[in-house]
Design a binder for this molecule. Structure first.
Ligand code: GAL
Length: 310
């Protein structure tokens, strides 16, 4: 698959899994994301949008051949629920598996078209492909939620990492045991730095957060931050991208960091603002050497790279 272009599923249809995430379960990969398969709305709120159709799920044995499983969470299962505005917008769904109950839990940015609500939707399912059921609309720690991700810390806990305070600051908030609410434990990172599109990684004793700047659908500079602890000590370090277009994230924006075959990878969206349904993707390897993180450009995504030497 050619990076930075539209990707097709097994049926030859454009993959609709924008702002998404990848989850490995048993011997399969699941890709969840925004289904934007509709014409852009004209003149609504801030910037270009498509009507909310729901979040799709695709399944693959190899991260290259994708089979559409349908909607993981369909718009009908969100609309008209308590706390959901009539002009609902759902973005950046992230799914984790609760290791205790075996249930799959999805958090996503739930908003109205003017982006003034800034809440999190929480949905649960017994099966990875759904159907997910909306369980709650959260206002975690009374902070607004815009771009967000979930992070299962190998050192303990699952965390909601979200842009708040009108995108000025990033919040890292601990989820409760059932992963459907916050506990009240949270910290700020990158205060007043205006970072969004967070993607998190723990690698050999260090935490990394990749974020974009706030320029809507337009690409800007990816930056990584690092810390030895999840709740404090965060520093923005550098632009990790290497290759043509690196100062503008190769024309993309981070969606998710995932580990496969003992290597980290970054999933990017390549937004097409005028025709969002035609937005593309890239998957790029993430290299970490002595605490320095780089994301080199690759023209093609053809599956996992060989495992590094131990
Ligand atoms: C971007 C954000 C996207 C979407 C878009 C709307 O900044 O990363 O997820 O919210 O703005 O303009």
């Amino acid at each position: 698959m050619r990076n930075a272009t539209l990707w097709l599923d097994e049926e030859g249809q454009a993959i609709q899994a924008h702002g998404g995430c990848l989850l490995q379960y048993r011997d399969q990969w699941y890709w969840y994301g925004e289904d934007k398969d509709a014409d852009n709305l004209i003149g609504c709120g801030q910037g270009d949008q498509t009507p909310f159709r729901g979040f799709s799920c695709y399944r693959s044995p190899d991260l290259v051949h994708w089979h559409r499983m349908g909607f993981a969470l369909a718009a009908e299962d969100v609309q008209e629920k308590e706390g959901v505005p009539p002009d609902v917008v759902g973005e950046r769904p992230k799914v984790v598996r609760d290791p205790v109950t075996g249930r799959f839990v999805m958090w996503f940015h739930l908003d109205n078209r003017a982006y003034t609500l800034a809440r999190a939707g929480v949905a649960v399912s017994d099966c990875p492909e759904g159907p997910f059921r909306l369980a709650a609309v959260r206002h975690p720690n009374r902070k607004d939620v815009r771009d967000m991700t979930l992070f299962q810390d190998p050192e303990g806990g699952t965390w909601l990492i979200h842009s708040g305070d009108w995108n000025k600051t990033l919040y890292i908030a601990r989820l409760d045991d059932r992963l459907t609410d916050v506990t009240g434990l949270y910290a700020k990172a990158f205060v007043d730095q205006e970072r969004e599109a967070p993607a998190a990684l723990y690698w050999k004793g260090t935490y990394y957060l990749l974020t974009s700047g706030c320029t809507g659908w337009e690409p800007n500079t990816l930056l990584y931050g690092q810390s030895r602890e999840l709740l404090c000590g965060w520093k923005l370090v550098a632009d990790p991208c290497e290759g043509p277009g690196c100062r503008r994230t190769f024309g993309g924006q981070g969606a998710h960091l995932f580990v496969a075959g003992n290597r980290p990878y970054l999933l990017l969206d390549h937004w097409n603002p005028g025709r969002l349904r035609l937005s593309g993707y890239s998957i790029l390897p993430v290299l970490v050497n002595n605490g320095v993180l780089t994301v080199p450009w690759r023209d093609e995504w053809s599956g996992l790279e060989p495992s590094p030497l131990p």
